[in-house]
Design a protein around this ligand. Structure first.
Ligand SMILES: [Zn+2]
Length: 136
């Protein structure tokens, strides 16, 4: 029998926290409609929107990702371009944040679901052979 992935690995692969078998998003990360989620997990029926406004808190996590990226990009610009004018920093931070936005928003939501969601892993729900339905 196949061993279920760890919580960290299933979070990275954007899978349901309860069964760790299916993707909770309907579309790939870098595509239009990157935020479309299943209402319920197609495998274990976990409610992926536990309460109204549940994902509002993800904005704060996303802000943290954005700030972290701004710091890293600024340091890289400083060392790679030799302390250019302020507009170069701002443009670099804007572009990198824009390109990584879909991943940041998704992982913010996933962190909310794994961290503050009530769902805990249930080994009996793990089903490695489950195939997600195509575009409901
Ligand atoms: Zn599930």
């Amino acid at each position: 029998m196949k061993k279920p992935p760890s919580a960290f690995s299933s979070l990275l692969s954007q899978k349901c926290p309860q069964c760790r078998s299916t993707h909770i998003f309907k579309k790939p990360t870098f595509s239009w409609y990157f935020l479309r989620m299943h209402k319920h997990c197609p495998n274990c029926e976990l409610d992926l929107n536990p309460e109204p406004g549940f994902y509002w808190g993800a904005m704060y996590i996303n802000y943290g990702f954005g700030a972290g990226i701004a710091i890293v990009v600024s340091v890289l610009v400083y060392f790679l371009l030799g302390n250019p004018i302020m507009e170069v920093y701002m443009l670099a931070v804007f572009i990198v944040n824009l390109l990584l936005l879909p991943a940041m928003v998704r992982y913010s939501r996933l962190l909310m679901l794994y961290w503050l969601g009530e769902a805990k892993f249930k080994p009996e729900k793990f089903n490695p052979d489950f195939k997600s339905p195509e575009n409901e």
